[in-house]
Design a protein around this ligand. Structure first.
Ligand SMILES: [Zn+2]
Length: 337
């Protein structure tokens, strides 16, 4: 997945460089036909550039003199372009990103570093692949005030207040992101009633990782199982998509399965879920391969819905974070009324 996404970004940069070349040729043709003197200066600049390069290699004492002449000629060319009513950098300003000229790298004395355009292209590709959006929530939007500050043992079945519990969950999830590549095994399961912000938290984690350039696959359980079912489809294209998805589900550095238990109740979902968890467990021994599950089901219900093997895989391999409180969707609605 990572390889494919980097290829996508590099292909896009290559396309941009090619378009820049076409645009430069078109602009040259336009300007040179109007003012042939600019073409003469352009040719002179090219020759001076070559002479400067050679003089640097040969240690020619006239290096500075050539450099000065080159700068003067560039200045004359720009002034002439300006005088014709064009922006002075009309022939040079052809790239989408002027910082790196669409190479994706910026060279400096200390070496080369990735340009910000590379990072934004990477994030764009990762987001497209992951099924998440910034609108779905980020850590910056996380609002602990939506959770009750007062403990209520009877109501919430916990000694601490929902806000305290949620603050700990939030800190744990931020730590999950921070140590994503340093901690080997680290799977989480969010358990709690609907409307307590589990999906929101999944989204926060996904966005935070994507912004670090880490591929994430987010799928709601209904989508996940429907897509898996497509591998038995009569339609060849559907089957191919399902195979591609299968690969993603096994290989993604982070897979988020949201809302487990809300999918259609089919007999095969137990085996399919076990398959995914088993292959990811195997993969995690070789490289980073983490999973987050969110569910409205209690562990007891997971046991009855998916059987002992799935339940024990989850209990043994996932850290449980309980989400406690009142439905924050209702709170949101009341606040906006
Ligand atoms: Zn750039």
């Amino acid at each position: 997945m990572r390889k494919r996404i980097y290829k996508e970004v590099n292909d896009e940069l290559e396309k941009r460089r090619f378009n820049a070349m076409l645009l430069a040729d078109k602009r040259k043709e336009e300007i040179f036909s109007k003012v042939p003197q600019i073409a003469v200066l352009d040719d002179e600049i090219r020759k001076l550039g070559i002479r400067l390069g050679l003089s640097a290699i040969n240690g020619d004492y006239r290096k500075d003199e050539i450099k000065q002449k080159l700068n003067e000629t560039i200045g004359r060319k720009r002034a002439l372009i300006s005088r014709c009513g064009y922006p002075a950098d009309y022939l040079d300003n052809v790239h989408t990103c002027m910082y790196c000229k669409d190479t994706g790298y910026i060279k400096s004395d200390s070496g080369s570093s990735r340009c910000s355009c590379f990072k934004s292209l990477l994030i764009k590709s990762l987001l497209k692949d992951s099924n998440v959006t910034r609108a779905g929530g980020t850590f910056k939007d996380y609002d602990l005030d939506l959770y009750p500050a007062e403990p209520d043992v009877e109501r919430y079945k916990a000694k601490e207040s929902p806000r305290e519990i949620q603050a700990k969950n939030l800190a744990r999830c931020k730590e999950f992101v921070r140590n994503f590549h340093t901690k080997q095994a680290d799977n989480l399961i969010f358990v709690g009633k609907a409307g307590l912000g589990k999906t929101f938290m999944c989204n926060c984690i996904a966005i935070a990782l994507i912004e670090k350039g880490i591929p994430v696959v987010y799928m709601s359980a209904p989508d996940l199982f429907d897509n898996i079912a497509s591998k038995y489809s009569q339609d060849e294209e559907e089957r191919e998509k399902a195979i591609e998805l299968d690969e993603l589900l096994t290989n993604a550095e982070l897979l988020i399965i949201d809302d487990l238990g809300t999918e259609r109740q089919t007999g095969s979902r137990y085996a399919e879920l076990l398959d995914i968890l088993n292959s990811r467990e195997l993969m995690s021994r070789k490289r980073i391969c983490k999973t987050i599950i969110s569910t409205n089901l209690s562990l007891k219900n997971i046991f009855s819905a998916y059987g002992e093997r799935v339940a024990s895989r989850i209990i043994g391999g996932f850290e449980l974070l309980e989400f406690v409180g009142d439905d924050i969707r209702i709170k949101h609605r009341n606040l906006s009324c």
